[in-house]
Design a binder for this molecule. Structure first.
Ligand code: HEM
Length: 281
């Protein structure tokens, strides 16, 4: 029993390890990255500066490791009943780690400054603005005023979406720095994959083809082919509320919420396929 609980905790510890590697490699990118010439600086990092490409790729894969281990940790907590051992407030705040991890990754994607990033920025602004009452303010707060460039996004990327996951991890993991096993595993994993899989900058312009957002949001992009723009915040919000609500229901109620979340996951995969098929056609 104890071993099973520890197995679940390992993913949580590993996610903090990946967050630490993401932050350290991100700080390594700061002197090389210029928000006012985003794409040119990413191209220079990728091709012109020795070892900088490695730091950038480690950053990208450590961030991916952070997202995936957070997801697995969440799934584990539901499967093994770990969520019944935490106070509801802590569960709700821990649930926020998921959208915050995605916001960190998405703002990183925007910082690339290529054609896909610019298109994603325009779509993101449209989605935020569709939130009734507070939409325009929210868009300005998170992305800056229209035409502001990448400065505000860079600020949230390295500030808001780095400090918040760290604080939330400290609260529910009860430690501020990962144990040696977790950060060494995260570092070795990120460096190995970074050495094997290149992370090239995207295209400077659309060249008539379909511009794709980040892979984890392709389902959302596909959804927007059929549904109104507001669905891009309504559906994720419903998912978040569903995950948060799991702590309040048990038995059949919990099974029903999980079935609902499973349906959204299946639809997400369907919308991803729909988008890719539309892009090929
Ligand atoms: C102190 C904290 C951080 C700093 C200073 C930082 C810095 C940067 C910079 C300068 C870039 C743009 C260059 C590039 O595209 O490679 C970038 C990209 C990126 N960042 Fe961060 N970052 C930080 C934290 C994070 C966190 C917490 C996450 C994830 C949750 C994250 C995920 C990403 C991703 C996915 C990219 C895009 C990589 C790519 O595919 O090009 N970063 N970051």
């Amino acid at each position: 029993m104890r071993e099973r609980a520890e197995g679940g905790h390992r993913w949580g510890a590993l996610s903090l390890g990946f967050l630490a590697v993401t932050v350290v490699s991100g700080v390594g990118l700061v002197p090389l990255y210029r928000p006012e010439e985003a794409l040119a600086s990413v191209e220079a990092i990728h091709a012109g500066l020795p070892w900088a490409w490695m730091v950038r790729a480690v950053h990208a894969f450590a961030a991916l490791g952070f997202l995936l281990s957070t997801l697995i940790h969440l799934g584990d907590a539901v499967r093994r009943g770990g969520l019944d051992r935490v106070p509801p407030g802590v569960w709700w705040r821990s649930t926020l780690l998921l959208p915050i991890a995605i916001a960190g990754m998405l703002t990183g994607f925007l910082l690339r400054g290529d054609a896909e990033a610019l298109a994603a920025m325009a779509i993101g602004r449209g989605v935020l603005e569709s939130v009734p009452g507070i939409g325009e303010g929210l868009a300005t707060l998170l992305l800056g005023p229209a035409g502001a460039g990448f400065g505000p996004v860079a600020l949230h990327h390295a500030g808001t979406f780095t400090v918040l996951p760290w604080l939330l991890s400290i609260e529910h993991g009860r430690r501020a720095w990962p144990d040696a096993r977790s950060w060494v595993t995260a570092l070795l994993g990120s460096v190995t994959i970074a050495g094997l899989v290149p992370v090239p900058p995207g295209p400077a312009d659309a060249a008539g083809g379909l511009l794709l957002g980040p892979w984890y949001l392709l389902g959302l992009q596909g959804m927007l082919l059929d549904l109104p723009v507001a669905s891009a915040w309504i559906v994720p919000l419903a998912v978040l509320l569903g995950i948060g609500a799991l702590v309040h229901v048990r038995g059949r109620g919990r099974s029903a919420v999980l079935a609902g979340l499973g349906c959204v996951a299946a639809a997400w995969i369907g919308w991803t396929v729909r988008l890719l098929v539309a892009g090929v056609g």
